[in-house]
Design a binder for this molecule. Structure first.
Ligand code: AMP
Length: 469
């Protein structure tokens, strides 16, 4: 399946390709057609599955043809960080569309509360709000939902855990009854079902089950600069016991480069990628299974399905672009109740991706100190803006120009329940003209960078197409 299958507007497809998205994730494959057909939806899916784009893309495609004078879509999210991330994704996809969004969340001071209100008065197609702040703005009469067409509740279970049930019900009372409602939640406890029954109409349901790594896998990571990867790889191969090892890289170019280095070093290694003939691949796998070859360097073509006993070590030369691929990659070791080690090398660009993986598998993977011969590595700071931009927003912070009509680029201090006291989000409304509203968001000199971001650190080239296997 490709994004073309959804009959998206050309401009949206342009946004997708500039973000480096090549094919839909499973939840996108299922949710997008349902949303385009205007169904209500309950989707049970965790962060890391691509759930955000699963609702943003079809909504953007619809908003394109909507009346831009009115607020069209409300996304409610539990935290400031998530609201920011959703807004950043919208901004990336909507680059060529002229669709506008405003994130609205608590924290900050009184002055910024005023800025935020001003930004909302200028209007937007989509707002992404945390519940407490939204209640405060509704009470102040700042937001009008009369023409709202879509409501999205993202991470609904987390919002209920944070005590937002009553606020959400209150907010929904302000919305038109005729609307499309989409509820995303990592879990489906009875209280979510209750909420769903109250606010959704004949919803379709999607459940995306995520494979968890086997308990026998010892997971470790090194946070490195690209130049340190070679030294760390050598150290791992020397210190972790192994008989057979797989080294994964995200592009075939990187695999080929590593292969050259390994051959020069006289190692018993073979490269495995989609450029090889089927017969060649089978021959390599046979040699690996028979232990005639004890090192395999491969792309994610290798990460699914190959079942070889006795692989005690998996090394990720880079972080896979798709978090689920991480689970598949490391699942090559510790098969059938045995134990194994999975080591991942994380460069600065991959930190955010690695954080998505940790979120997906719900565990923090230990970051080991680098061996002395490698020198000092970077800090692990996946939440930093420059890392967030690694998801396709190049340049780390260049907001589009376009008259600056956007509202809260807030950076308040997350007080989950303290938002409603009017203490203002740190919104950066720089008061653009109404006439600029429809101007596509453009970055001032910021690179788009999205496509490149999906490539691995040391080698260029496109991410390997698993379908080619
Ligand atoms: P989410 O589950 O929405 O938090 O998304 C997890 C990560 O996957 C985010 O970094 C997205 O940018 C990325 N992502 C989502 N869908 C795709 C896709 N179809 N192709 C590549 N990356 C994606």
């Amino acid at each position: 399946m490709t994004f073309e299958d959804f009959n998206f507007d050309e401009k949206l497809l342009d946004g997708l390709s500039s973000m480096g998205y090549t094919k839909p994730t499973p939840i996108q494959g299922q949710a997008i057609p349902m949303i385009l057909e205007n169904h209500d939806l309950i989707a049970c899916a965790q962060t890391g599955t691509g759930k955000t784009a699963a609702y943003i893309l079809p909504i953007l495609n619809k908003v394109l043809h909507a009346d831009h004078r009115h607020l069209n879509t409300l996304v409610i999210a539990p935290t400031r960080e998530l609201a920011q991330q959703i807004d950043q994704q919208i901004e990336g996809f909507a680059y060529f569309l002229g669709v506008s969004s405003i994130p609205v969340y608590g924290g900050g001071d009184g002055a910024t509360w005023d800025q935020q209100r001003k930004a909302l008065e200028q209007g937007a197609d989509i707002i992404i709000a945390t519940p407490g702040r939204l209640i405060a703005l509704l009470a102040a009469g700042t937001i009008k939902f009369d023409h709202l067409e879509h409501l999205v509740l993202d991470e609904a279970d987390r919002m209920l855990d944070m005590g937002f049930y009553d606020d959400i019900v209150k907010i929904i009372n302000y919305l038109p009854k005729k609307r499309q409602t989409l509820l995303f939640s990592a879990t489906m406890p009875p209280k979510i079902r209750m909420l769903a029954n109250k606010i959704l109409t004949e919803p379709k349901e999607i459940n995306i089950a995520i494979a968890k790594p086997a308990a026998g896998i010892l997971q470790q990571a090194y946070v490195v600069h690209d130049a340190q990867k070679g030294a760390v790889l050598k150290h791992v191969l020397k210190t972790v016991p192994w008989k057979s090892v797989i080294i994964f890289a995200s592009t075939k170019e990187t695999v080929k480069k590593l292969d050259v280095v390994f051959q020069k070093g006289g190692l018993n290694a073979r490269a495995f990628h989609s450029d090889l003939e089927q017969q060649e691949r089978e021959e390599i796998l046979r040699a690996f299974k028979n232990k005639q070859v004890n090192m395999l360097i491969g792309t994610d073509v290798l990460s699914r399905g190959i079942d070889v006993e006795g692989i005690s070590l998996v090394i990720n030369w880079d972080v896979p672009p798709d978090p689920e691929d991480y689970v598949h990659r490391i699942g090559r070791t510790a098969r059938a109740e045995t134990t194994g080690t999975a080591v991942t090398l994380i460069n600065e660009r991959d930190q955010r991706k690695f954080y998505s993986i940790e979120t997906l598998i719900d565990s923090v993977i230990p970051k080991l100190p680098l061996p002395p011969e490698a020198g000092e590595g970077p800090a692990y700071e996946p939440q930093k803006k420059k890392n967030i931009s690694g998801h396709g927003r190049g340049g780390g912070g260049g907001r589009p120009g376009g008259g600056g009509r956007r509202g809260g680029q807030g950076q308040g201090h997350g007080r989950p329940r303290g938002e409603a006291n009017g203490n203002g989000a740190n919104a950066n409304a720089n008061g653009g003209e109404k006439s600029d509203r429809r101007r596509p968001k453009r970055r001032r000199g910021g690179n788009r960078g999205g496509g490149d971001n999906r490539n691995t650190g040391n080698a260029g080239g496109n991410t390997e197409n698993k379908g080619a296997a």
